[in-house]
Design a protein around this ligand. Structure first.
Ligand SMILES: C[S@@+](CC[C@H](N)C(=O)[O-])C[C@H]1O[C@@H](n2cnc3c(N)ncnc32)[C@H](O)[C@@H]1O
Length: 284
């Protein structure tokens, strides 16, 4: 907000499009390192591990196919796309209160309507400890209350900017291989899967109650190769580990080493800089 010389209030809106929720493995902090490698020219954009969608919102492509296996997450984006006013109204009804938080956390989303489910996810994300989404084996959200003094539960500017950005997007709750059906030659596909853990104790795969093991990583590498043969521009982020170097060995010239910020111990309370790979199939 700015005050002009004659003290009239001028409100400036910060309408940069950015993620509406914080997500484990979110790529917002990596955008500066990724930006030089994003292709300038492509037909449609695909992001099959959408999460918080940091890369999608940064690029804001006119035509996009966005998907994720997480049902609550895809419901939230659909509501943002079609019913942002109702969503904002519902978000205003929440309380930053411990008891209220645990009651809403315990509620089965299946018993709520779509707007209430989207609103519940955003509220829990803004008020839970460390703003992360994590579920247990029964697919129940299990992060404790964060006790923050003033969490920004309703950020209208960010919600509205995301709403407008999403108008050209197709949203689906699907396994990542849906990209094989949706893509065409000349499309750009960005993969940001759950990473290969750096140690046995590290576990970065708690977004859903499934696990993304080495067989899943190999299935993803097969998908990457198939898209390459089809003529798509494909980019993938993952940890710099022997498994990833092996699975993507034939794209060695497309390996870009970037610096990620990652939890460096099993309790996740110490963070450090760590090498990560960005793999681009068009770099020769
Ligand atoms: C590293 S996160 C993506 C983070 C995102 N790029 C961001 O900036 O916030 C990985 C995502 O993959 C999703 N996921 C896990 N297994 C999947 C699968 N088999 N198919 C599609 N999505 C999957 C998770 O639900 C999670 O949202």
């Amino acid at each position: 907000m700015l005050l002009s010389e004659d003290s009239w209030e001028v409100v400036t809106l910060d309408l940069r499009v950015r993620p509406v929720i914080k997500w484990a493995g979110g790529k917002r902090q990596m955008l500066g390192q990724y930006a030089p490698y994003f292709p300038l020219d492509y037909r449609a954009y695909h992001e099959p591990f959408l999460g918080g969608g940091a890369v999608y919102f940064f690029l804001s492509p006119a035509k996009a196919f966005l998907s994720d296996i997480n049902e609550e997450l895809i419901n939230m984006y659909r509501v943002l796309q079609t019913s942002v006013r109702e969503l904002i109204n519902d978000l205003h009804s929440h309380l930053n209160d411990r008891e209220y938080y645990y009651n809403l956390r315990a509620m089965d989303p299946a018993g709520l309507n779509e707007v209430q489910r989207a609103s519940r996810l955003i509220f829990l994300n803004k008020t839970c400890y460390n703003g992360l989404y994590r579920v247990n084996r029964k697919n129940q959200f299990n992060v404790p209350f964060g006790s923050y003094a003033k969490p920004k539960i309703v950020d209208e500017e960010v919600l509205l900017a995301a709403h407008f950005a999403l108008q050209g997007a197709t949203l689906e709750r699907k396994d990542f291989q849906v990209v094989l059906d949706r893509s065409r030659s000349g499309d750009f596909v960005y993969f940001d899967p759950p990473y290969v853990p750096l140690s046995r104790t590290a576990n970065f795969t708690d977004y859903t109650n499934g696990s993304f093991d080495s067989r899943e990583q190999a299935r993803l590498a097969d998908t990457f190769h198939e898209l390459t043969q089809k003529g798509c521009l494909v980019m993938l982020s993952n940890s710099d580990t022997p498994l990833i170097r092996d699975l993507y060995g034939k794209y060695l010239k497309g390996f870009v080493v970037v610096q990620g910020v990652r939890c460096v111990n099993s309790r996740g309370d110490r963070r450090g800089r760590i090498d990560e790979l960005l793999i681009c199939n068009w770099l020769k």
